[in-house]
Design a protein around this ligand. Structure first.
Ligand SMILES: C[S@@+](CC[C@H](N)C(=O)[O-])C[C@H]1O[C@@H](n2cnc3c(N)ncnc32)[C@H](O)[C@@H]1O
Length: 231
């Protein structure tokens, strides 16, 4: 297992974002760092699901991917990612729609995803500086996207293909490993990083404490990248 400690700015090259788009954060940086370290991107087909600003897809293109397909449910994100790709002179094919549509464009050698994974508090907080709530809210257990993604991602992967998913401990890292294995992939945690709470988790901390999901007073979380490989 590797432990990536790089700060977001050092690996991202920080693309332009708009207020309605998730700004690249530690999770984005950890995913990019791991993606690059696999050596699986150059010359291969990559899909970046839940692309947001496009930062992970752009990094794949800059790392020499044969082609990059990116998807996001948000029209603002799609516009932003397309603009960032054009500004960087990188070829990323950005589509509006659910991550599940990736199967239409595959199969892929590498699939990356930084999905919404924050457990949802129906007391609903507003944290405008962290982008729209659809970028992080993921049901009461944080697995609204993770569970169907793990189940369906094998259908997007080519022979020998690899999926890389980043998420927080609060959405069940072990549950993702088990779900990918149940879907027929080899799967393990390949990177972990302890990070301070960002604006969303800070706003939700008291609710997480009340739910018994967070020890009182703790304001940091482990994030992890889980890798799955076609057997
Ligand atoms: C945590 S952000 C990640 C953004 C970017 N990949 C990054 O790493 O910085 C999650 C993104 O998923 C998008 N999203 C949420 N639900 C989705 C779905 N069902 N299908 C596709 N995109 C989705 C949101 O619009 C948001 O842009």
């Amino acid at each position: 297992m590797t432990t990536a400690i790089q700060d977001a700015d050092t690996v991202l090259g920080v693309p332009t974002i708009t207020p309605d788009v998730y700004p690249p954060q530690h999770d984005s940086a950890l995913l990019i760092d791991v993606m690059r370290s696999t050596g699986r991107v150059p010359g291969n087909r990559v899909a970046d699901l839940c692309t947001g600003s496009g930062v992970v897809g752009l990094a794949a293109a800059a790392t020499g991917a044969a082609d990059v397909t990116a998807l996001d449910l948000s029209a603002d994100a799609v516009r932003c990612a397309r603009g960032n790709a054009a500004a960087a002179g990188l070829n990323v094919d950005v589509h509006l729609g659910s991550w599940a549509r990736a199967v239409e464009f595959g199969p892929f050698d590498v699939v990356t995803c930084n999905p919404p994974y924050v457990p949802f508090d129906d007391g609903a907080d507003v944290v405008p500086i962290a982008g729209p709530s659809t970028a992080w809210n993921a049901g009461r257990d944080g697995r609204l996207v993770l569970d169907p993604l793990c189940e369906n991602v094998p259908s997007m992967l080519a022979d020998g293909g690899t999926v890389l998913i980043v998420q927080s401990e609060f959405a069940g890292i072990g549950a993702t490993v088990r779900a990918l294995r149940a879907a027929g992939l080899r799967a393990d945690v390949v990177a972990e990083q302890l990070i301070p709470f960002g604006p969303v988790m800070s706003a939700r901390a008291e609710w997480l404490e009340r739910e018994g999901l967070l020890p009182r007073g703790r304001r940091e979380e482990w994030i992890a990248v889980i890798r799955g490989d076609v057997r």
